[in-house]
Design a binder for this molecule. Structure first.
Ligand SMILES: [Zn+2]
Length: 481
């Protein structure tokens, strides 16, 4: 009895040593190579955000690329197919559908926030963002957007202010942290009050202030393309930058152009790596206006920008992480089956979207933002008819939408943000079967595509605060769990 107990004890001790040795072996840093990416910190991080871009937005842009241009789609064909995919919920702490500030606070800082708050959790805690952690590691930082550069999504990655409209506090924080690359719109908050186009409350010239800190400032695409190193402040418009359909391609850079410059500048003589946040706000803006053509063109340009990061990843696969995601869905978008008119619900009076509808969308060469601006605040019926003849040939404008434009009335309780654009968006929907449920944000979960070092951590179904915590742990070199 005694001998048998001792034998079991020896056997147990021996087994324990093997188990402990195995645990030690698999948790030791030298084994992170065999356990893919465990505990390793990516040297180069790309976080691409399609603001307002839901899965349907991406899928429609992908279908358009395939059917109209016979082209692939980097996010799907490369990032997802070679990497991993997750699904993320996006609600705010105090609302079922979020705004960009609360969502970006969760993505950057890992906590639930109230609508409007930047880098401040719902319980008042100030988070440390993934980008701030990257700076502590000595990594260079890039903030890139076609929104104003002080807009909620980029700002939440480095700022902590209770109100997303506190632009002065946001710019002061940028000056304090000194991101190496700052590219976007929003020159209005940099110009002194007396300058034309300024929306600053004081006479401070913020461009000069940034230049004193060693930034080179650029204002157009050729100037941006001439830069290859140092710290850069690029302000390319007074407020938001142009939609792809309206952009002057010789003077105003796109998200693709800004991404190319960002990689060039951040990668120059840089032993510690970089963290680049790159956003297409236009996808959200177009969705607020029910503008399917702009969604497609701006999503395709965003995908091209992701393609540049993919090329970079191919050169540095063991050091690079690419994440492509969204802060929320905007518009409740989707191709659907609908009635041609309200005379009958029978099958012959039903229409479903096809490739022909994509061709119709291709014929639109103007954004609804611009169309709405052209019609102005008091559009006449004649002006509406001329707009249809000039820019929407082959489309039919139902009388109720023409009336809504002339009277500047919303076409439904959920389509309200710009009555002119919304009525034109509803007209395009009736002609192409690409329908919008709302002109606001929805609670649809969004996609997280990831490729490279640590990408496997972003698999699964999780909340946006969890995404932020995962990203922060990765930047700290902590294990996933
Ligand atoms: Zn929005």
């Amino acid at each position: 009895m005694q001998r048998s107990f001792r034998a079991k004890w020896i056997l147990f001790s021996f087994a324990s040593i093997i188990v402990l040795a195995a645990i030690w072996l698999f948790s030791s840093p030298s084994q992170s190579q065999t356990q893919p990416n465990g505990g390793r910190v990516p040297k180069y991080v790309f976080l691409f955000l399609s603001d307002g871009g839901g899965m349907a937005h991406m899928e429609i842009a992908r279908q358009y690329s395939r059917q109209i241009h016979n082209e692939g789609f980097v996010i799907v064909d490369k990032i997802i197919k070679e990497g991993s995919v997750g699904v993320m919920t996006t609600h705010a702490a105090d609302a079922l559908s979020t705004d960009s500030a609360a969502a970006a606070t969760a993505l950057a800082g890992g906590c639930k926030a109230n609508v409007g708050a930047l880098g401040v959790c719902a319980d008042g805690t100030l988070t440390v963002s993934a980008m701030e952690l990257a700076r502590r590691r000595g990594m260079r930082l890039g903030l890139v957007t076609n929104a104003t550069i002080y807009d909620a999504s980029p700002a939440a990655f480095v700022c902590h202010v209770p109100n997303r409209r506190d632009y002065a506090a946001i710019l002061d924080r940028y000056l304090d942290l000194e991101p190496d690359v700052i590219l976007g719109g929003g020159k209005d908050q940099f110009l002194p009050k007396s300058a034309s186009g300024s929306r600053r409350p004081d006479e401070q010239n913020m461009i000069a202030t940034f230049e004193k800190k060693g930034y080179r400032s650029v204002a157009n695409k050729p100037e941006l393309e001439a830069l290859s190193r140092g710290k850069v402040l690029g302000l390319f418009s007074l407020r938001d930058m142009s939609m792809e359909l309206d952009r002057d391609k010789s003077s105003e850079p796109s998200v693709y152009d800004m991404t190319r410059a960002t990689i060039r500048v951040l990668h120059d003589q840089n032993p510690k790596g970089f963290f680049a946040f790159i956003e297409s706000e236009n996808i959200d803006t177009a969705s607020h206006l029910s503008d399917i053509a702009s969604v497609i063109h701006d999503y395709r340009e965003f995908d091209r920008a992701v393609g540049l990061a993919y090329e970079f990843y191919r050169k540095y696969p063991r050091e690079t992480l690419i994440i492509v995601t969204s802060d929320h869905e905007t518009g409740g978008l989707g191709f659907t089956l609908a009635l041609k008119d309200l005379t009958s619900t029978k099958g012959e009076n039903q229409l479903v979207g096809t490739g022909e509808d994509l061709k119709k969308i291709q014929s639109i060469r103007i954004s609804l933002q611009k169309a709405s601006q052209m019609l102005g605040r008091n559009p006449t019926g004649d002006a509406v008819d001329k707009l249809m003849t000039d820019h929407f040939r082959g489309f039919t404008l139902a009388p109720e939408f023409r009336d809504a434009i002339v009277k500047r009335q919303p076409v439904s309780r959920t389509l309200f943000s710009d009555p002119t654009a919304q009525a034109l968006g509803a007209m395009i929907a009736n002609n192409t079967q690409a329908y919008w449920q709302t002109s606001a944000h929805t609670n649809q979960p969004v996609l997280v595509a990831a490729l490279g070092v640590g990408a496997e951590r972003f698999k699964g179904y999780y909340d946006n605060a969890e995404f932020g915590n995962t990203l922060k742990k990765l930047m700290e070199g902590k294990p996933a769990k």
